[in-house]
Structures are given as C-alpha cells and as structure tokens.
Design a protein around this ligand. Sequence first.
Ligand code: NAD
Length: 349
Amino acid sequence: MKLLVTGGAGFIGSAVVRQAIAQGHEVVNLDALTYAACLASLAPVADSPAYAFEHANICDGQAVARVLASHRPDIVMHLAAESHVDRSIDGPGAFIETNITGTYVLLEAARAYWTRAGRPAGFRFHHISTDEVFGTLGPEGHFTEDSPYDPRSPYSASKAASDHLVRAWHETYGLPVVLSNCSNNYGPYHFPEKLIPVVILNALAGREIPIYGNGSNIRDWLYVEDHADALLRVAQAGVNGRSYAIGGENERSNLDLVHSICAILDRLRPRAEGPHAALIRFVADRPGHDARYAIDPARIRAELGWRPSVTVEEGLERTVRWYLDNDAWWRPLLSRQGVGRRLGTEPAG
Ligand code: NAD
C-alpha cells in the first residue's frame, strides 16, 4: 500500500511512518514543519526507498493536490494538526486554521483525486482524532463511538469540527472515510512541552514539576507504538464510514502518573538531594480542565483484533529510559518557540 501521512514529522505521525515502513508499506509524509515537527524522529526511515517527504501545508489546496496527483496514494492518513491544549487557550487562531480549514482543504483535494481516479473502492481517507471531542466524564463510565460530542477547549472544539466535516464528506459526497478517536498518547519522541516529557526533563534538571490543580484529573494513557498499530489496522481494515474509539484501558490520575515517573527516575538516576517527587508543585488549574477521559475500545478489539501490547508500567519505564539515552533528540527542541515557557525556564506572557 502507498500511504500519504499528513503530520508525519509529529509525535504520533512519525510513529505511524516508522511502523508503516517496517510493515512494508510506502509512505509519503506531508508536513508543514511547524514548531512541533521533528524530522529527526524519522531518522530510522529517512534513507529508506519506501519513504518520501513533501514539505507542504494542508491549508494550501494546490500543494496538496499536486502531492496527491504525483504520489497517487491508496490511503490518506490525516494526523496534521495543532495539538497542544494550552497553546489553543493562548492562541486559538492557528487551531481553527489548521484543524478546521486545513481538514476542509484536504477533504476537497482528496475528493477531487478520488473522483478523477474513477472512485476506486479501496481508497480511504482516515481522519485521526481525539477522545477530547467527547468532553469530560464523571467518576463512572467510558467514551464509546456513540458518545455525544461536547468539546470544552479550543483544541477539542476544532478537532470536533474536523470530525463533523469528515463525516459530512462521507454522507454528502460518498468519500470513503474512517475515523478514530484516541486517548492520551505517550512514549519516545514526545515533544518536550507535553506532560510526560515535562515531568522527565524538569526532574532531570532539578526544576519544579508543575501539576495543574490538585492532580486528580484522570487520563487513559496509551503507548504511542500501540496507537500506531491501531491506526494502521483502522486505515486498512476499518469499515467504511465507521469510527473507532482507541484507548489503553490504563486510567491514571496526573498525580499518580507523575509519582510513577519520579519513582522510575529515583531508581535509574537517583538525586543526591532526595526523591524526585519533592520537586512536585501544584499550579493554578488549566481553564476548562476536563476531569476524566476513559475509552471503551470494545469495537476495535472485536472488529480488528487490536489490543495494546504495552502496560503503562512498561511503557513509562521505556519512555524514561529513552529520554535518558536520547538527549541529542530533545535538547535542540528546548529552544523552540514557547517550549521554555511550558518547562518553566522562561517567564509566562
Ligand atoms: P504533533 O503536534 O506532535 O504533530 C503535528 C504535526 O502536524 C507536526 O509535525 C506539524 O508540523 C504538522 N502540522 C501542523 N500544522 C500543519 C499544517 N497546517 N500542514 C501540514 N502539517 C502540519 O501532534 P501529535 O501529538 O502527533 O498528534 C497527531 C494527531 O493525533 C493530531 O490530529 C491529534 O489531534 C491526534 N491525537 C493526538 C493525541 C495525543 O495524545 N498526542 C491523542 C489523540 C489524538
């Protein structure tokens, strides 16, 4: 299969690209290389004859049409997005532009390409989305594919809008689509402004580890390689028009998660001044902070035989070890725009 992956220089996109090539697929990575992109995450496949890179913005219809016409992919896997909730609160405009307008532009280009190709039955547009579109859960219950949409941040609202556009292009124009909504990912190559890398990198530097509110917010963590495996199954074998909820069944409060990471670091890189958990500081909560996300992945398990292969304990251990061994990957990213602010090394504002 030939896959066009948008956002393939990002955290999840690069995992999809690496795994797709390992499975024998050809991959074209279309990425605008925003502050969140890292081509070094693709070093393991960059020299493969099965890999091609196109530097383009999904909001540029002509560029996207040219990439589709010249590479002729069987499947489009759409991961390009602005993805950081805190940045969406500080500046929602880029989220509206890329996540909504960009998805619209890509859908129109895909529709024209699919129509010109004689509407081949095998063509797929796979839209990759988040469980955050469903809003927040109370202490009980799980999100499923039938959960009502209730986004509460500019990020999740922009992703919800893009999900609706994708379904509308399927219903109205017959474009073959599949969608997936996944819980929080973590693992190697995670951009340093996200929670788990912030915890690891601040702990290693002896800086304070910030936790929003009282740390009771619960997320359902999934190792990124398991998500990439799920996405490749959905893209190839998901039922046309259907969406798939993907999650690790690994619920953890933010505070528990941070304590687990500190305990791993205490073992692997003990701190002369005492346990890493002493660095934890509770900070003012994020506005509109969703209390709990949890996914029931029964559909993808039953239809596509997918199961996460890595427990959260194993995944966190692998992730911490990876950051300890790969400072050449993360150190250059610390000077990217806004990252110091997220790590607390630069003042806010
Ligand atoms: P990321 O921020 O790490 O990477 C996004 C990539 O998209 C970057 O390489 C960036 O350069 C590229 N990009 C951004 N705007 C673009 C544009 N206009 N044109 C072309 N490329 C552009 O994101 P991620 O964490 O890898 O997430 C990928 C997708 O998965 C997103 O759609 C996100 O909503 C979804 N998702 C993420 C998570 C998570 O935990 N990270 C969970 C569920 C779903």
